[in-house]
Design a protein around this ligand. Structure first.
Ligand SMILES: Nc1ncnc2c1ncn2[C@@H]1O[C@H](COP(=O)(O)OP(=O)(O)OP(=O)(O)O)[C@@H](O)[C@H]1O
Ligand SMILES: [Mg+2]
Length: 348
């Protein structure tokens, strides 16, 4: 029988502070199975204005509407739609294979939504399985990890990272990897998400990492997603044939699909996509004087300010929404965006 995972952050806070106790907002981690499941179960829908403190009430930092606008929920970008499809197809193709599986690589510059996209895809799989087969605590379809830090001796404790996520710390026998594979296989782990691939250093570090990950994949049948800046150049050499000499002009890359995120450029296609993304944010705003389309109308201004990066866009919209609530303006205007410090130098 699989050991129940250790307690999640939310449960821990409930125990320490008391359940439903008012407390400062904290990040919603998904670094352990309990936290991951809580993130899968979390209702992400924007609050209903009818349930919120009425217009004119002073807004406190722990007001649920204020907290919601601090980060808002992920919006389904065209990149997310494509990634979902690519990963889904790969999972179907890998499902019955005991060998010969392909993983997926996600790469792109900082702030272009790689981590968000990877989590979205993992959550999507888990929600689909819950809907189709019913909830089952003995199923662990997704393992979500970040590349662990280098320990003493310069090696990374990969078995520790897997054990920590699975809540198996302290209950591993003499062969931790064996226990990890046992749990993952018997709990039908299908997807292993690994973020922070850019932290791996070329040479022994990547080699040691892939020796371990390949073993886990072989023993569990899980499909791996590798995510990080420039991750293809880091992982691909370990996933492809390095023995056969290449033909002249043959590209060196292997067969893993690569999802490449980027900022949204200023060409017409980039502008159109950007506008559609802003429109998704627009639909989620819950400000008393907001009218549908107001934010979308500011898309050209937001594009210039964010330079097409999702991180900057999210910060601009969320900060504007929170300012609008605090000031009582309750709508986002161009003037309000102009007061925000994102990407600005402030001479003091
Ligand atoms: N689909 C999305 N919907 C809403 N916000 C998003 C979306 N994707 C990204 N963001 C916003 O952009 C921020 C940065 O995204 P993310 O952390 O995924 O970037 P990244 O490419 O992984 O960056 P890094 O390389 O620095 O890790 C997120 O915290 C979120 O606020
Ligand atoms: Mg990231």
């Amino acid at each position: 029988m699989v050991k129940r995972p250790s307690i999640g952050d939310e449960e821990l806070r409930d125990l320490v502070d008391g359940p439903d106790q008012l407390r400062p907002p904290a990040p919603e981690w998904c670094d352990t199975l309990t936290n991951w499941r809580a993130s899968v179960d979390r209702v992400l829908d924007p609050p209903d204005l009818a349930d919120c403190a009425p217009l004119g009430t002073e807004v406190s930092p722990d007001d649920p509407r204020f907290v919601f606008h601090g980060s808002m929920r992920p919006v389904e970008t065209p990149a997310i739609k494509t990634a979902r499809l690519v990963v889904k197809r790969q999972l179907y193709a890998n499902a019955k294979r005991t060998s010969g599986r392909l993983g997926v690589i996600i790469q792109g510059p900082s702030g272009t939504g790689k981590t968000s996209l990877m989590r979205y895809v993992g959550r999507d799989l888990e929600v689909r399985l819950n809907n189709r087969y019913g909830r089952n605590d003995d199923r662990i379809p997704v393992v979500a990890l970040s590349v662990p830090d280098k320990g003493r001796g310069g090696t990374r404790n990969w078995s520790g990272a897997f054990a920590r996520f699975l809540g198996l710390e302290g209950s591993l026998g003499s062969d931790p990897t064996d226990s990890i594979c046992y749990v993952m296989r018997h709990c039908h782990t299908q997807l292993v998400l690994i973020d922070g691939i850019h932290r791996l250093q070329h040479g022994a570090d990547v080699k040691q990492t892939f020796a371990y990950l390949e073993h886990i994949s072989d023993e569990t049948g899980a499909t791996f997603v590798y995510c990080g800046r420039n991750s293809r150049a880091i992982v691909d050499p370990y996933l492809r044939d390095s023995e056969t000499p290449r033909d002249k002009n043959e590209d060196p890359w292997g067969d893993h699909p690569v999802l490449m995120t980027s900022r949204l450029g200023y060409d017409q296609e980039g502008k159109d996509r950007f506008r559609r993304i802003v429109n998704e944010f627009d639909k989620d705003l819950r400000l008393y004087h907001h009218h549908a389309g107001d934010l979308t109308g500011l898309s050209p201004v937001l594009h210039v300010r964010s330079k097409g990066y999702l991180r900057a866009l999210s910060q601009l919209i969320c900060q504007a929404a929170q300012h609008a609530m605090l000031s009582g303006e309750e709508r986002i205007s161009e003037e309000l965006l102009d007061t925000l410090t994102v990407g600005r130098v402030i001479n003091i």
